[in-house]
Design a protein around this ligand. Sequence first.
Ligand SMILES: NC(=O)c1ccc[n+]([C@@H]2O[C@H](COP(=O)([O-])OP(=O)(O)OC[C@H]3O[C@@H](n4cnc5c(N)ncnc54)[C@H](OP(=O)(O)O)[C@@H]3O)[C@@H](O)[C@H]2O)c1
Length: 291
Amino acid sequence: MPDTTNPTNSPCSPSILVTGATGNLGREIVGRLQAHGARVRCLARDQADPHPGVEWVVGDLTDASTVREALVGIDAVFLIWPLLDSAVASDLIAELTTAAPRVVYLSSTAVDDQAARQSDPIVQVHADMEALLADLQPVVLRSETLASNTRGWVQQVRAGDVVAGPEAARTAVVDERDVADAAVAVLLAHHDQLDHGPYVLTGPEVLSRADQVAHLGAALRRDLRFQALPTDLARSRMLADGRPEPLVEALIAASVWRPESHRITDHVERLAGHPAGTFARWAIDHASEFI
Ligand SMILES: NC(=O)c1ccc[n+]([C@@H]2O[C@H](COP(=O)([O-])OP(=O)(O)OC[C@H]3O[C@@H](n4cnc5c(N)ncnc54)[C@H](OP(=O)(O)O)[C@@H]3O)[C@@H](O)[C@H]2O)c1
């Protein structure tokens, strides 16, 4: 594995396109790239608060014309695919092939290279995207469940002491700030330093949802607890919250079928130069968001 812990800016700093820049992970990546002196362009469907020095292209990953506009003059792309359908990625792949930037693709640790079919639709999309991007020789970062997903519990934590939701497999939840550090190290690495992975980015301990709720409670000095909901009730609550049905079915399938993962790696440390942080630390740092 290459040493990417000290990314050295070339005399002319690289131009980097960040997709999903308004999201939990993308926001972390934009700030870090700016701190390293990279020229940053963001692609999102709506422009977030303008940051000085960040250029925005408002558009959709499935829209060839905005993707083409976003790729002009770009050296490297941080690419996410937040859709449930890889068939609509063909225009994106064609534009990337023409523009030929370096691609860093954010995939999932749940991708099983030996499986003919993946465990659920979300993992299947990531496996399909890895295959569709293969000719571009992307660096693939497979991320474990992001700690920032627990922001979805903010309303429940503010309303009471119980966080209810579908049960999910225990995984080595990873702090999105660590994934951002790893991604930025790869985006800024010299070409000859790059190993294409896949890197498997995990946190340092395997946690259940009940464990995460307990850590949030400790950070808030409250006795919070998790209540696993039966599948039908979890489905109807997510639909009532206004989530689109295909997403709800994909999330239900992920909670029912995704296998438990006890895998813990040191890939965050190898790429970012520091060990992965704990969820307890994430909860302390973000407790104020839940008040
Ligand atoms: N969360 C996890 O546990 C996890 C684990 C492994 C991999 N991943 C991958 O990492 C990605 C980022 O995770 P996250 O938690 O940061 O997600 P997030 O907070 O939900 O952000 C998703 C981002 O995708 C953008 N987006 C959605 N649809 C788009 C479209 N059609 N065209 C352009 N942009 C679009 C959103 O922009 P708008 O402002 O326009 O909505 C937003 O910036 C996920 O999409 C997933 O593929 C996530």
